[in-house]
Design a protein around this ligand. Structure first.
Ligand code: RB5
Length: 148
């Protein structure tokens, strides 16, 4: 399974921490689209790069990071087919997979400590979508909103 990750300058350290967690999963192949330094970049550009990998089918999942996680999650959710969940706790991370079938996880490098971020990533990766009628119906309604 392929996962694309990207961050702006506000979360480059968190990106490395997250990649170390992802390395625990032999089935996950990580594609890192940057940024790779502390030079300021615009988070919508990173969201676009990560999400293009998902909407093209080249990656199944994405992780997007910025200072707060807010800007990059807003940008990602403008892209058709993306269900990006900003998660700063394990409970939300689990529910975003179980209920919302989130295909992108967002976190804030200036919000989360590395320990909590590691737990959030593990929870997000390991929680399957419930795939029940109720949640599929609601996700279908999200897709209908996108298509209006
Ligand atoms: C960049 O300074 C900062 O605005 C960005 O990382 C993020 O927090 C935006 O939502």
């Amino acid at each position: 399974m392929k996962l694309t990750i990207g961050s702006d300058h506000g979360a480059v350290e968190l990106k490395e921490t997250v990649k170390a967690v992802l390395a625990e999963y032999p089935d996950i192949e990580v594609n890192d689209v940057g940024t790779f330094g502390t030079t300021s970049v615009d988070y919508p550009d990173i969201a676009e790069k990560v999400c293009a990998e998902i909407t093209s089918g080249r990656s199944e999942w994405g992780i997007v990071l910025c200072g707060t996680g807010i800007g990059i999650s807003i940008a990602a959710n403008k892209i058709k087919g993306i269900r990006c969940a900003l998660c700063n706790d394990v409970f939300s991370a689990k529910k975003s997979r179980e209920h919302n079938n989130a295909n992108v996880l967002a976190m804030g490098g200036r919000v989360l400590g590395f320990g909590p971020a590691e737990e959030i990533v593990r929870a997000w990766i390991e929680t399957p979508f419930s795939n029940d009628e109720r949640h599929n119906r609601r996700i279908g309604k999200i897709t209908a909103l996108e298509n209006r």
